[in-house]
Design a protein around this ligand. Structure first.
Ligand SMILES: Nc1ncnc2c1ncn2[C@@H]1O[C@H](COP(=O)(O)OP(=O)(O)OP(=O)(O)O)[C@@H](O)[C@H]1O
Length: 233
């Protein structure tokens, strides 16, 4: 079986332009291959670069050096290091799902539409997309009275569940999860674990940050421990 995601010699540093142009090395020599149907948990102390790696895999941060090969459903591969912005947008629609820690709400867009949007973007008709969204919101215990409302006023846990529903609305080949259970109670944690299990069963490859050790031990088949980037000489 071929990996859906192959990270080779990835390095990434940030240049702080407003602080004298200091360069902060964060990732160095990351090598990791991820296969369909497996869940890899990023492990490491606070500040070791877990979120930076996840955002780089989503194409949100530019690759410093090295390669991040993403395999598309037609078998072709794209390297995020050289992908155009247009290709990155297309990969996010078709191949790479991402559940961030916080929902970035668009003003006035109802929760159900936020969840249905990725389904529609893949060509489903509005009724099918809304039905999928409704099923996920129900599963994640988001009360139906909230569905037509914009989530700006929702509680932290409600916003997170809308975000999770959106991330799982489509069966992406690759799903990136940034602390998907951080502000959830036991019942909703169990619902998220159920969704993760199903996605893995469908062959989705998951890379996640799970500070909740119980959830991590339950879903992750493998840990990838971040090592400190070599300090700049
Ligand atoms: N946009 C940025 N600009 C400058 N430095 C950044 C940026 N994002 C992250 N960093 C720095 O990179 C390092 C790694 O941060 P990152 O958030 O990836 O760590 P983490 O392992 O996810 O931490 P935590 O477990 O605390 O969330 C930190 O020292 C952080 O200050």
């Amino acid at each position: 079986m071929e990996p859906v995601l192959e990270i080779c010699g990835l390095a990434k540093s940030f240049t702080l332009h407003n602080q004298g142009g200091i360069t902060l090395p964060v990732l160095d020599g990351v090598d990791l291959a991820i296969y369909p149907g497996e869940c890899v948990a990023l492990n490491g102390r606070s500040g070791s670069g877990k979120s930076t790696l996840l955002r780089t895999l989503q194409g949100n941060y530019r690759v410093g050096s090295g390669h991040v090969w993403v395999r598309r459903s037609d078998g072709s591969r794209i390297d995020l290091a050289t992908a155009s912005p247009r290709q990155v947008i297309e990969l996010r629609r078709s191949t790479i799902g991402y559940v961030s820690q916080f929902l970035h709400v668009v003003p006035r867009v109802p929760a159900i539409e936020i969840v249905a949007e990725p389904v529609r973007a893949r060509g489903a008709d509005p009724a099918t997309a809304r039905a999928r969204a409704a099923a996920l919101l129900t599963r994640l215990n988001v009360p139906e009275r909230l569905w037509p409302l914009a989530p700006a006023t929702f509680s932290g846990g409600e916003q997170q569940r809308v975000n999770i529903a959106r991330g799982f609305a489509v069966e992406y080949p690759i799903l990136l999860l940034d602390e998907p259970t951080a502000s959830l109670d036991g019942e909703n944690r169990a619902a998220v674990i159920g969704l993760i299990d199903e996605a893995l069963g469908h062959g989705t490859a998951i890379v996640g940050i799970f500070h909740d050790a119980e959830v991590r031990d339950r879903v992750a088949g493998r840990l990838y421990t971040m090592t400190e980037a070599r300090a700049a000489a």
